[in-house]
Design a protein around this ligand. Sequence first.
Ligand SMILES: Cc1ncc(COP(=O)(O)OP(=O)(O)O)c(N)n1
Ligand SMILES: Cc1ncsc1CCOP(=O)(O)O
Ligand SMILES: [Mg+2]
Length: 219
Amino acid sequence: MSQKLQPGLYAITDNRLTPPETLLDSVEAALRGGAVLVQYRDKGSSSAERLRQATDLNSLCRNAGVPLLINDDPQLAHRVGAAGVHMGQDDGAPDEARRLLGPEAIIGITCHHRLELARAAKSAGADYLAFGRFYNSGTKPGAPAAEATVLTEARTLALPITAIGGITADNAEPLILAGADLLAVVGGLFGGTPTEIETRAKQFCQLFARHHPLYTHSD
Ligand SMILES: Cc1ncc(COP(=O)(O)OP(=O)(O)O)c(N)n1
Ligand SMILES: Cc1ncsc1CCOP(=O)(O)O
Ligand SMILES: [Mg+2]
């Protein structure tokens, strides 16, 4: 792994499953359950609402000692002092995000199922490479499909590897065994009560404890 990132559960928020009224309680529950990284992903809210939510989430995550990344929006990450940003292939230039956010920032890049995108992401200064979707996803049904073998192949790039897309505690094990360091999860984590979210997060952590050689988180 890297000094910036620990292996484990990567919790991603969602307008539908973590609406503004439950956002903080839901993320707090995921953190209690052992999430090691959080992404604020909001495709629907106004920029004022996004600023408010990102600011609140940043305080929550900072207090928990867990990095918060902002999806798509380096400017918002900079404005709230978040730990970094996640960028897709159409979300702008990673080197501009790096200039804005600085060398310590965490920049993750979507690579779909393609190693050539992963190589380019590494050259562009990515801190992790994100592959997926691995299973059917209610959150992003149209995302290109990937096979677990790409996780194993990407190990040669020597960067932390994230898997995403339809992941639940029941189907996650093969992805960790294939080489995922982080499992990025929306629907398999959020929704329901804080107790349910915490329980699901703990189930992911148990999988990491069992199968990831570098997993150290303890509760
Ligand atoms: C960890 C992680 N991996 C992939 C994505 C997808 O990013 P992108 O392709 O830009 O799609 P949107 O999330 O912006 O719809 C992600 N957000 N996080
Ligand atoms: C953002 C994204 N990119 C590829 S699949 C996906 C959605 C992840 O959400 P879920 O865990 O609910 O499938
Ligand atoms: Mg994006």
